[in-house]
Design a protein around this ligand. Structure first.
Ligand code: AMP
Length: 213
């Protein structure tokens, strides 16, 4: 399976991707995670990306297309992959299609995770991630037993730098303008599927699995 996950920030793409990794044994490729690692490592790319990410804007197509091409060339992607947070613009989607057409391995599915705009702000402001094991929580819906501490590994929970109210508003605007049109793009290619992303995480995952087959 070569899958693209579509959906607004906070729709739960990352959560579903992590569950799909276990079921299908294929890697998740999250451009957000790759960029956050570059920021944490203080690389030149990370320094450039941080300024853009803190504002909730998009890193240039050229940079992310380069990152994804390199990642897709690695051995663990031969069995398939889950793209999470890429593509985010039509030029990115076209570049991906061209790259995959050249090696005769087109995308098999694009799954849109649909969540009403009103719910997204609460999901994003409440989001917390464990620094050690990356387990995700939400202080409004799935709080850890002890404030700021991971239930699984007792690691420290952190809030993403771009999960602040002002940045979130911009990220949602950018999504509507630049990324939402990809739903029509993949519909036109005949590979679009969609799932309602509200409710219990396991129930959503079961729906995702039956949609993907
Ligand atoms: P995410 O974790 O997917 O929400 O991404 C966090 C931030 O990384 C975004 O707000 C963008 O600034 C940047 N980013 C991630 N993926 C992309 C992409 N495909 N194109 C441009 N910028 C991206």
């Amino acid at each position: 399976m070569r899958l693209v996950l579509l959906g607004a920030p906070g729709a739960g793409k990352g959560t579903q991707a992590k569950m799909l990794i276990d079921k299908y044994g294929i890697p998740q490729i999250s451009t957000g995670d790759i960029l956050r690692k570059a920021v944490a490592d203080g690389t030149p790319l990370g320094k450039e990306a941080k300024v853009i990410m803190d504002k909730g804007e998009l890193v240039t197509d050229e940079i992310v297309i380069g990152l994804v091409k390199e990642r897709l060339g690695q051995d663990d992607c031969k069995k398939g992959y889950i793209l999470d947070g890429f593509p985010r613009t039509t030029p990115q989607a076209e570049a991906l299609d061209a790259e995959l057409a050249a090696i005769n391995t087109p995308l098999t599915d694009a799954l849109s995770v649909d969540v009403p705009m009103d719910d997204l702000m609460k999901r994003l402001t409440g989001r917390r991630t464990c620094k050690s094991c990356q387990q995700m929580y939400n202080v409004h819906f799935s709080a850890p037993a002890k404030d700021g501490v991971c239930d699984k590994c007792s690691g420290e929970l952190m809030q993403r730098g771009d999960d602040t109210e002002d940045t979130i508003k911009n990220r949602l605007d950018v999504y509507e303008k630049s990324t939402a049109p990809l739903i029509d793009y993949y519909n036109g290619k005949g590979i679009l599927k969609s799932v309602e992303g509200t409710g219990n995480i396991d129930d959503i995952f079961n729906k995702v699995c039956s949609i993907l087959g």
